[in-house]
Design a protein around this ligand. Structure first.
Ligand SMILES: Cc1cc2nc3c(=O)[nH]c(=O)nc-3n(C[C@H](O)[C@H](O)[C@H](O)COP(=O)(O)OP(=O)(O)OC[C@H]3O[C@@H](n4cnc5c(N)ncnc54)[C@H](O)[C@@H]3O)c2cc1C
Length: 542
């Protein structure tokens, strides 16, 4: 918008590279603003990379929070169009078990649930339990009722990355591993931010007439830094990842929201979640999953799908929901998942500062639209939002990548097909012309050397953890045991720093270990021992 800006001057600065910040950066740049997005770690490192990946139909909220339910179903339909390569139409079942009838959530509740869904615009229909078993053979066969809804699954990493990529393609500057440490504040106006680059150790200052706080649960401290208070409620949720895709349809429990009542299939695995516990703000940076949480999730998961009892658990992880506090609910479950967009000029007398928070992954696009509308009002920009109808990079119609020829030998064929699934139409940017580029690095997830090069060149990857978020490398059944050395070497080569390979592998394994230690028994323990052996022997052989 503004002309003649210096290199460190922008129309808008966005703090936080989760889905909310990424979506806001995209919307602002599509409306012609000069955007700076700042993330202290990698993108999708906060709650965005630590959730179920459920593409909510809204049914879960229909009885208690019809506004959130309506927002969900509208955004569900939009995401199916604009983010084709990030979402999967799995459909969802809300099941009633015999024990639910004993706690007041029997078939009478099912009727109330269906009525609330229909009122919110969600197509929900009761189906015969036998049909539910045919639709999803892994579901608990003792079910006495089932409702089919348009749930799906969404890859949060891919969605976040596609928003960041589009923002960049429209001129945004994106800096990661850089923390906002202070605001440049004059009288009652926020004029910019001071930042610290965690990799280079350098400090810098950036200026803009508007700054958006999209820092999720950390938005609480960002607001304090700017001199305003946003009452937030840090609600931790724990989840478990199972070793293969146990179900193809999302399975939910048809009752008041409770622990461990959603089972979501995503890519090659299945995720069960979640719990809800208030945690101190100081703990949000260091979430770990307790033994009790694992046992609870496993018990409730088996009620949805009994075969989970004999399925290997790959890992456990936890995230913190950025909920805006409205009462003293000890679990945070009754707090609305509604969107909160605050203009701190009208609310607190602080000019040039907006907070966007609350909501869900599911409603990020709408959150970004609200935040960008608020930015545009401040900058007197009349451009309208286009994100509901403009496909994200990778999600353009298939004919845009039909020119990519898939060769007929098995390895390359699978790798290219997997790349198309992940990167959608952006696959045209991946080089498959020579044998080295077609070589498979991660067999579980079918990631090739070419896709790794693409992730480095176009998606801002600097470590194996970043690479995992863009390509799923090491996220499958072997958890990196077979591919970590190869992946580290391919990444180091793509970064032009082959000497970094060992360090990249060590950093990755340290981080993966955290998620495995909470579930270290049986097959998972055997896999951990094996992983340790592979790692040690590859180091000893050097
Ligand atoms: C357990 C769990 C399960 C969930 N399941 C679902 C689901 O299935 N479907 C759904 O729709 N939603 C789900 N959600 C909700 C969803 O994950 C969140 O609402 C959403 O990801 C929030 O995104 P965000 O960008 O606002 O916050 P975040 O993703 O947390 O991003 C905030 C970012 O700000 C950065 N940051 C913080 N401080 C600074 C600073 N000083 N400088 C620079 N950057 C900073 C952080 O590093 C972080 O990356 C779930 C949440 C949890 C916790």
């Amino acid at each position: 918008m503004a002309n003649n800006l210096k290199d460190n001057e922008f129309d808008v600065i966005i703090v936080g590279g989760g889905i909310t910040g990424a979506g806001t950066a995209r919307d602002c740049s599509l409306r012609g603003l000069r955007v700076l997005l700042i993330e202290r770690n990698d993108i999708a490192d906060g709650a965005t990379g630590r959730n179920h990946g459920l593409l909510h139909s809204g049914a879960r909220y229909a009885v208690k929070d019809s506004e959130s339910a309506t927002e969900c179903i509208k955004e569900n339909m939009i995401l199916r169009n604009i983010a084709r390569n990030c979402v999967e139409d799995t459909q969802g079942l809300f099941i009633t078990l015999p024990e639910d009838a004993e706690t007041g959530f029997g078939l009478d509740y099912q009727k109330k649930f269906i009525d609330a869904c229909i009122a919110a615009g969600i197509s929900a229909k009761a189906i015969d339990p036998k049909d539910a078993i045919r639709m999803e053979p892994s579901v608990n066969p003792t079910l006495i009722g089932a409702v089919q809804v348009p749930d799906g699954s969404v890859d949060p990493f891919r969605l976040c990355s596609a928003n960041v990529l589009d923002a960049k393609l429209h001129g945004a500057k994106v800096i990661t591993y850089t923390e906002v440490t202070e605001f440049v504040k004059e009288d009652n106006t926020i004029k910019g931010v001071k930042v610290h680059n965690k990799k280079t150790g350098e400090d810098a200052v950036y200026y803009a007439p508007v700054t958006v706080n999209a820092a999720g649960i950390w938005g609480h401290s960002i607001a304090e830094m700017a001199g305003v208070h946003v009452g937030m409620y840090p609600a931790k949720g724990a989840l478990l990842v199972f070793g293969h895709r146990v179900n193809n349809v999302v399975i939910n429990r048809c009752r008041k929201s409770a622990d461990g009542d959603i089972l979501v299939p995503g890519d090659t695995v299945t995720v069960i979640g979640t719990t809800s516990t208030k945690v101190p703000f100081e703990e949000c940076d260091n979430m770990s999953v307790t033994r009790e949480e694992v046992e609870l999730l496993l018990r409730e998961g088996c009620a949805l799908c009994p075969s989970l009892a004999n399925t290997r658990i790959l890992r456990a992880y936890a995230g913190v929901r950025p909920l805006v506090a409205s009462d003293d609910d000890p679990t945070g479950r009754s707090i609305s998942r509604g969107i909160v967009c605050l203009d701190h000029e009208t609310r607190d007398g602080i000019k040039g500062f907006i907070t966007i928070t609350g909501g869900k992954l599911m409603t990020y696009r709408l959150m970004a639209e609200w935040a960008t509308d608020a930015v545009c009002r401040k900058l007197a920009v009349a451009e309208q939002c286009k994100t509901a109808v403009t496909p994200l990079p990778g999600s353009e119609p298939k004919d845009q990548y039909s020119e990519v020829k898939i060769p007929q030998f098995a390895g390359a064929n699978l790798g290219m097909k997997a790349s198309i699934g992940r990167q959608g139409s952006m696959v045209r940017k991946i080089d498959f012309t020579n044998a080295e580029d077609r070589e498979l690095v991660c067999e579980c997830e079918q990631v090739t050397v070419g896709e790794i090069r693409y992730a480095v060149n176009e998606l801002g990857v600097t470590s194996l953890r970043d690479l995992r978020r863009r390509t799923r490398v090491g996220m499958g059944t072997c958890q990196g045991a077979f591919c970590i050395g190869k992946a580290a070497a391919a990444l180091a080569a793509a970064l032009g720093k082959p000497e970094m390979a060992d360090q990249l592998a060590a950093d990755y394994l340290n981080e993966r270990w955290k998620g495995m230690s909470a579930v270290g028994w049986g097959d998972t323990l055997r896999e951990m021992e094996y992983l340790q052996r592979v790692y040690k022997s590859s180091n000893e052989s050097k």
